[in-house]
Design a protein around this ligand. Structure first.
Ligand code: NDP
Ligand code: OXD
Length: 310
């Protein structure tokens, strides 16, 4: 039985191959471009594999996404849809996102960008913001990551609500569920955090209509996927003054192209898809553990569903 690995970058792939060889003794762990006999391949551990690469393995037991999202696997039109997909998350990934969301919620809340611009011009202006209890934050997506981020921001004192497909019970957080609850959720949100997966239902969900449903002066933090944002609509909402700012970690094209208008926009902070990160040091351990557990139990808690898209 063999395991193939693809991380995009050759050096990173080699690093993961070496680590998984040590963690999965007895398994033949190899790079995807040197897979050995295709019928021996049981697991493909991948981030954004090339189209058609997975379909070459007729006896694959599971695709392992080196990430929480599975959109980078599902975008392959030749992917056999019946193959289970295992996600990689873990406490470090969630912790990094909690830090990112707390950092940028606080930055928008305290108007840090305005203070930075004032300093650059030598302007002494005391900006007084309301205490967190009077700032309404809304988190789209209350899954493995979104729920913990919502709780983290609530623990800082913010008035937090969340939106998901199904109703949730999260201490101290008002939750909204389903398409009909989206507008009321947005109407009460001043800092919107997107932690949705990218699916056919959520593609383009941050558009003129939804951004327009936020109160004037609101801010956006998108750490979900670039495909959630209709870029022209976001720029229009910022340029008209309806939105006060946006922090964007994920983009339709990554790396963000050189001349993209987001780079130099005065109201946009760009971070290079680093809200969270699967560190090979601990991530390979999570992947190996998931493969062994899946082998033993035939499933994992919190498995992705290719039909649902997340
Ligand atoms: P989960 O699958 O655990 O949770 C997804 C959440 O989104 C669920 O609450 C789900 O609702 C909700 N959801 C899905 N579709 C809809 C919809 N149509 N309408 C309303 N709610 C919906 O995912 P994770 O929390 O683990 O990760 C979320 C995403 O975060 C990833 O898919 C990825 O895109 C992104 N991510 C980004 C990272 C970064 O570094 N920028 C790092 C890691 C993840 P329900 O609970 O009812 O099913
Ligand atoms: C993920 C990501 O999905 O890093 O894990 O974006």
């Amino acid at each position: 039985m063999s395991v193939v690995v693809y991380l995009g970058d050759d050096e990173e792939t080699r690093d993961w191959v070496d680590r998984l060889r040590r963690l999965l003794p007895g398994r033949d762990v190899r790079p995807l471009d040197d897979p050995g006999a295709p019928e021996d391949v049981a697991y493909a551990v991948v981030w954004a594999p090339p189209a058609g690469a997975i379909a070459r393995f007729p006896r694959l037991r599971a695709v392992v996404s080196v990430g929480a999202g599975i959109d980078h696997v599902l975008r392959d039109p030749e992917l056999p849809r019946h193959i289970p997909i295992l996600r990689t998350t873990g406490p470090e990934m969630v912790q990094r996102l909690r830090e990112y969301v707390a950092l940028h919620v606080l930055a928008h809340h305290r108007q840090l960008a305005v203070t930075d611009a004032n300093q650059a011009r030598g302007v002494w202006q005391q900006i007084v913001t309301p205490p967190a209890q009077r700032r309404r934050v809304g988190v789209m997506g209350l899954g493995h990551i979104g729920a913990q981020c919502a709780l983290t921001v609530a623990a800082l004192g913010f008035d937090v609500a969340g939106w998901a497909r199904s109703k949730k019970a999260l201490a101290g957080i008002e939750t909204f569920a389903g398409p009909e609850a989206l507008r009321p959720f947005l109407a009460r949100t001043e800092i919107l955090v997107c932690l949705l997966p990218l699916t056919s239902e959520t593609k383009g969900i941050l558009n003129a209509g939804t951004l327009g449903s936020l109160p004037a002066g609101s801010a956006l933090i998108n750490a979900g996927r670039g495909g959630h944002v209709v870029e022209a609509d976001l720029l229009a909402a910022l340029d008209s003054g309806h939105l006060s700012g946006a922090t964007l970690d994920v983009f339709q094209t990554e790396p963000l192209p050189d001349r993209h208008p987001f780079w130099a926009h005065p109201k946009i902070r760009v971070t290079p898809h680093i809200a969270s990160y699967i560190d090979p040091g601990t991530g390979a351990g999570v992947v190996a553990e998931n493969i062994l557990r899946y082998e033993a139990e035939g499933r994992l808690p919190d498995m992705a569903d290719a039909v649902r898209g997340y």
